[in-house]
Design a protein around this ligand. Structure first.
Ligand code: SAM
Length: 345
C-alpha cells in the first residue's frame, strides 16, 4: 500500500496528512483521492445534488476586499439595488423551478436595514415556504437575532483564509478573529452556518489551505465552500493568476473526507475556472450547485470576478442545461430542502 492509500484508509487526518493529500502532483495519485471524495459524498450525503437558487440583490458594498470586483473602491462598476417586489418575484421564479432554497446575497449594503430583511424573510416564508440562506456579510448581532426569529434558516459567512496575516492584508476592516466570532454567534442562534475559503490568494501556502480545512472541521459547518480565486480587472489583484484547478479539486475532495456531512458546493467560480468545473467538483465530492436567478438586467453587474459563467441568460433558460450537466455525474437532483445533515446525526 502506498502512502496516499494508507492516508485515505484512515478515518481522520493529521495536518501533515492533509498537506500530503493537497500536495499530490502525480495524476495517478490524485485519482484515488478524487475517487475517495466521491465515495465519501455518496456514503455521507448520498449520490445527490441540491440546488440553491441565489439572488444577488445588491452590488453596493461598504467593504474594500482587495480581491473582490464589487469592492467600494471600484468606481467603474455600475451599482444596482433590487426592490422588495423584485426580490420577491425572483424568489417566485426559484419556487416555480422546484428549488426549495433561496440564497439572498449582496455586498455589505446598509440600505437594506434590519426591518427590510426581516419583512422579506417573513414574506418569502409566507408565500413560498422556501428555506432561506442569508449571505449579507458581517452585520450587527441584533440583526442576526431578528432575522433568525423572522424565519431565516442559514447564514453563509466565509472566513476566506485561516491565515490571520493574509486576512488582514486583503481586508480593509475587521480581523479573522472577529469574523469567526460572528460565525460562532450565528451558530449559537441556531442558524445552519456556512463558511469556507478562497484558494489561490497571493502568499497563501498549502499549509494555509490545510488550516482552512481544519478550521471548517472545528466549527462543524453545515455548509462549506472552497472556491478558486479568479481575478477581477478592476481590483489591485487584477494581475494575480487564477487558482489552480487541480488544487481546487484536491481541496474539495479532502474537504469531503474531513467534513463528511457538510453541504459542499461546486461553485460558479469553479465553473468559470474550467468549462466542466461544476461536473469535476461534483465528481470529487461536492453536493450542491447554486444557480443564479439574479435578473439578467443586473446579473453582469454582480461582477465579483471576471468572465463569470452563465450571466447572459436568465435562470429559466439555464436550468435544463444545468440539470443535464448535473445528472451526467452519476447523481440525482434532490428536490428536498437540503437542510443540515448534522440535524439528523
Ligand atoms: N458580502 C457578503 C460577504 O462578505 O460574505 C457576500 C458577498 S461576497 C461578494 C461573496 C463571496 O465572494 C466572498 O465570500 C468571496 O469568497 C467571494 N469572492 C469575492 N471575490 C472573489 C474572487 N475574485 N474570486 C473568488 N471568489 C471571490
Amino acid at each position: 500500500m502506498n502512502t496516499t492509500e494508507s492516508i485515505l484508509g484512515k478515518g481522520s487526518f493529521s495536518k501533515g496528512e492533509i498537506i500530503s493529500l493537497l500536495s499530490l502532483q502525480n495524476r495517478d495519485e490524485q485519482i484515488p483521492l478524487f475517487r475517495a471524495g466521491k465515495l465519501a459524498r455518496n456514503k455521507y450525503v448520498g449520490a445527490k445534488v441540491h440546488l440553491r437558487g441565489i439572488i444577488e440583490f445588491s452590488n453596493y458594498c461598504t467593504q474594500d476586499c482587495i480581491y473582490c470586483g464589487i469592492r467600494k473602491s471600484n468606481l467603474s462598476l455600475e451599482r444596482y439595488r433590487m426592490s422588495f417586489e423584485e426580490i420577491l418575484s425572483t424568489a417566485k421564479l426559484i419556487y416555480n423551478s422546484e428549488i426549495k432554497t433561496v440564497v439572498l446575497q449582496s455586498g455589505e449594503d446598509p440600505y437594506y436595514d434590519c426591518d427590510f430583511i426581516s419583512k422579506l424573510i417573513v414574506k418569502i416564508k409566507e408565500e413560498f415556504n422556501l428555506a432561506i440562506t442569508l449571505s449579507l456579510g458581517e452585520r450587527e448581532y441584533y440583526e442576526y437575532e431578528k432575522w433568525k426569529s423572522a424565519g431565516a434558516d442559514r447564514y453563509l459567512l466565509k472566513h476566506e483564509t485561516a491565515n490571520p496575516e493574509i486576512y488582514s492584508q486583503i481586508h480593509n476592516s475587521g480581523s479573522l478573529t472577529e469574523r469567526l466570532e460572528h460565525l460562532s454567534y450565528l451558530d449559537s442562534l441556531g442558524f445552519q452556518i456556512g463558511s469556507g475559503n478562497i484558494i489561490g490568494l497571493p502568499g497563501q501556502t498549502i499549509e494555509d489551505i490545510a488550516d482552512d480545512l481544519i478550521l471548517c472541521s472545528k466549527y462543524q459547518l453545515d455548509m462549506a465552500s472552497f472556491s478558486p480565486f479568479i481575478p477581477s480587472s478592476d481590483t489591485p489583484f487584477s494581475d494575480v493568476p487564477k487558482a489552480s484547478l487541480d488544487l481546487t479539486l484536491k481541496t474539495l475532495a479532502v474537504a469531503r473526507l474531513i467534513l463528511k456531512y457538510a453541504h459542499i458546493p461546486a461553485t460558479t467560480a469553479l465553473a468559470t475556472l474550467d468549462e466542466l468545473g461544476r461536473e469535476k467538483g461534483i465528481n470529487v465530492g461536492a453536493n450542491v450547485v447554486m444557480p443564479s436567478f439574479t435578473p439578467v438586467g443586473v446579473k453582469t453587474k454582480y461582477s465579483i470576478y471576471d468572465n463569470k459563467r452563465c450571466i447572459t441568460e436568465d435562470a429559466s433558460s439555464c436550468m435544463p442545461c444545468l440539470r443535464a450537466r448535473i445528472e451526467s455525474c452519476d447523481v440525482e437532483i434532490d428536490n428536498g430542502y437540503g437542510h443540515s445533515l448534522y440535524l439528523n446525526q
